[in-house]
Structures are given as structure tokens and as C-alpha cells.
Design a protein around this ligand. Structure first.
Ligand code: NAD
Length: 359
């Protein structure tokens, strides 16, 4: 009789898990909304499960891989980023892991775009004025004004999947676009966007002639009205261009005092103490964050300083919070894919990209 594959999911990922049940896999789901303690993950792995479905909240490192040595066949992560999984340790133990690349591309890009709009047009401050009954009169410029996104210049830091999707949305708002990416430059895409910008102007759809180009990081930071970050979290030693604290006192100091920072990538890409200082001392005009160095955001975070409240928008890692099921499905595909391939040979794969590989 064929062996039943056993899977432990560290989080309820919804109905998609039925895909695995329908294929006869035995599934156990951690029932609480918060992440399980690491000790429980290690215990489950030690008990001989074949697959582990994880989220970005779970630290998957040598301790977990050691516990699963010879038994654990795959770690299938439901998230685009996988900085919580040690690639080095996965390779050392030859245990493949998967992530759900590209399932949140448009969702994350549009959230970044809306964050930028909320910041520029002061939506939070404006709603407070109304709700707190401080809206005493209509006046052309009092008590404050917002500013348009349309026609402004944005820098896209990281032109991978989400960065390119953000470019597409910004082009629709007649923005000029600087791109910066030390590892992957998609000139074909950028040229196509330029053609569309030219056509919009030629046909009278856009009033201005807009442009898009790759530039150096210095130009991207120093010239833009908005800077939107779309990089993976890469610590020192993981890349020749690490992104840990890419935004620090020095780089925040390079931005214009009128500029806004938007971060939907990973929290540790921004040095939060430096950002709070930059906002307090008006080095930049504002910031909108969806991700933090520590999540959930601690009660004593400097980002909660009331002095910067009106210029610092804070969201609860919510760019991925849309109703689509592709993420959970992707994680299940990842698990199923690896069980199938495990029989052949386990390579030190590190990361499998998953789409459509459930057999
Ligand atoms: P991707 O791998 O397609 O693109 C990342 C790009 O960043 C690549 O082109 C890479 O070359 C570039 N890059 C790497 N180092 C860089 C550096 N030092 N400076 C500038 N660019 C650099 O990834 P993606 O699908 O676009 O996702 C990006 C990140 O967004 C993910 O790694 C994840 O952490 C985050 N994310 C967040 C949410 C959310 O809910 N907030 C949702 C999805 C993804």
C-alpha cells in the first residue's frame, strides 16, 4: 500500500488545503491565529512529517532541518518572500523549499500605489478632521492641502515582479519613473512603457510627455518625489547588494525633504529608528509602511511617535490581504510537487518556483 504523506501546516491557509486532502494526504493544521512556537514546529518535524507548510512568521533554520533529517521532504511556504527560511541550511540538509512567487504581484503593487495616494493626499488626516468634528469651514488651503500623485516622479527600487507591476500603475497616472535594480534590469518592459507614455501624449490622453529610465541609486533617491521599495530582504553575505537597512540615515538623507517613502517589501529593509528620526527632523515629508523590523509592530516603536503621526502611515502587513486564493493554492502545489519529485532525487534546490506544477 502506498505510504500516506503527512503534512503539518503552521497556519490555517483555507480551503486550498483540501487539494492535498483529496489526494489522500494526512493534514494537521495549527489551529490558533498566531504563529506556533518554534518548539512545536521542531516537535512536529521530529515526529516524521513529510511536508511542512509555513508562513513568513516561522523561522525555518538548521534546528528545523536537523529535526527533519532523512524524513522531511519539503517546506512549502505561503508567501512571496522567504527570508524566514535559511537557504543555506536548506541546501546543507538538501531539503527543498517552495514559495508562492507571483501570486501577489498586482495585489501588492496596487496596495503600494494606494499607500502612496493616502500619504500624498493626506487621507488619514483629512478623515480625522471630519470624524473629530474639526472641519469648521471650507477654505481654499486651510487647514492643510494634499498634493497630487499625477505628474510626479517616482523611483522604483527593485524592478522584479512587483516593481514592474507598480511601474505599470504609475505610468497610468502620468508619473515620470526612475528605476533602480543592481541585479535585474528589464529594458524591454521599460521601453514598452516609454512607448505607451509617448502614445498617450501623441493622442492627447496625457498632457505631459512622461519618461522612464534606469538610473543609479543616488539619482533614484535624490531626484524623486516618491520612492517605492520592492526588493527582497537580503542580509549581508546573502547578496552582493544586500537590502538589510538599505534605507538608513545616509540614504534617507539623500532623499528630497518633500519626498515620500513607501515600503511594502520587508521591514528590515528600512532602519526604523533612522526613519523615525528622518520624519521627526523633516529630512523627508512622509512615509507609508506595510512591513516592519518586528511584526506585529511593538507598542513602543518610534514609528508610533505622535509627533510624526500625520506623516507616517502604518498598515499591518496588509498588501497581501486580498481575497484571492492563489497563495494558499500555491503553497499546496508546492507541497504536492515536491512529494512527487522526491522519489526521483532530492537536489539541493533551495527554491522551486511553483506555478502549475501540481501533478
Ligand atoms: P522579485 O524577486 O521578482 O523582485 C525583487 C527585485 O529586487 C529583483 O529584481 C532584484 O534584482 C531586486 N533587488 C535585489 N537586491 C536589490 C538591491 N539591493 N537594490 C535594488 N533592487 C534589488 O520579487 P517580487 O515578487 O517583486 O517581491 C519583492 C518582495 O516583496 C518580496 O521579496 C517580499 O518580501 C515582498 N512582498 C511583500 C508583500 C506584502 O504583503 N507586503 C507581498 C508580496 C511580496
Amino acid at each position: 500500500m502506498a505510504k500516506t504523506f503527512r503534512v503539518f501546516a503552521t497556519c490555517d491557509i483555507g480551503d486550498a488545503i483540501d487539494l492535498l486532502r483529496q489526494r489522500g494526504y494526512e493534514i494537521e493544521i495549527y489551529p490558533k491565529p498566531e504563529a506556533p512556537p518554534k518548539s512545536l514546529i521542531v516537535e512536529k518535524v521530529k515526529s516524521g512529517i513529510d511536508g511542512l507548510i509555513t508562513t513568513l512568521r516561522d523561522a525555518i533554520d538548521a534546528e528545523v532541518f536537523e529535526a527533519g533529517k532523512g524524513k522531511l521532504k519539503v517546506v512549502a511556504q505561503i508567501a512571496v518572500g522567504f527570508d524566514n527560511i535559511s537557504r543555506t541550511d536548506a541546501n546543507r540538509y538538501k531539503i527543498p523549499f517552495t514559495h508562492t512567487a507571483d501570486v501577489l504581484t498586482e495585489a501588492t503593487a496596487e496596495f503600494a500605489f494606494f499607500m502612496m495616494g493616502a500619504l500624498a493626499r493626506k487621507l488619514w488626516t483629512a478623515e480625522h478632521l471630519t470624524r473629530e468634528n474639526k472641519w469648521g469651514y471650507w477654505h481654499p488651503y486651510l487647514p492643510f492641502l494634499g498634493d497630487e500623485v499625477t505628474g510626479k516622479t517616482i523611483s522604483i527600487i527593485g524592478t522584479g515582479r512587483i516593481g514592474l507591476a507598480m511601474i505599470k500603475k504609475c505610468a497610468g497616472f502620468d508619473m515620470n519613473i526612475f528605476c533602480y535594480d543592481p541585479a535585474y534590469q528589464n529594458h524591454e518592459y521599460v521601453n514598452a512603457i516609454q512607448e505607451i507614455m509617448d502614445l498617450r501624449q501623441a493622442r492627447g490622453i496625457s498632457r505631459t510627455k512622461n519618461w522612464i529610465k534606469y538610473v543609479s541609486v543616488d539619482e533614484a533617491l535624490g531626484q524623486a518625489d516618491f520612492v517605492s521599495v520592492h526588493v527582497p530582504l537580503l542580509r549581508a553575505g546573502e547578496s552582493s547588494a544586500p537590502t538589510y537597512h538599505l534605507f538608513n540615515e545616509r540614504t534617507l538623507g539623500q532623499m528630497k525633504p518633500t519626498a515620500f517613502l513607501v515600503n511594502t517589501s520587508r521591514g528590515p529593509v528600512v532602519d526604523e529608528a533612522a526613519l523615525a528620526k528622518a520624519l521627526r527632523e523633516n529630512w523627508i515629508a512622509g512615509a507609508a509602511l506595510d512591513v516592519y523590523e518586528k511584526e506585529p509592530l511593538p507598542a513602543d516603536s518610534p514609528l508610533r511617535d505622535p509627533a510624526i503621526e500625520d506623516r507616517c502611515r502604518l498598515y499591518p502587513h496588509f498588501a497581501s490581504g486580498e481575497l484571492g486564493v492563489e497563495g494558499p493554492l500555491g503553497a499546496c502545489h508546492g507541497a504536492g510537487c515536491c512529494f512527487r519529485s522526491f522519489a526521483a532525487a532530492v537536489q539541493p534546490i533551495g527554491v522551486l518556483r511553483l506555478r502549475g506544477c501540481f501533478a
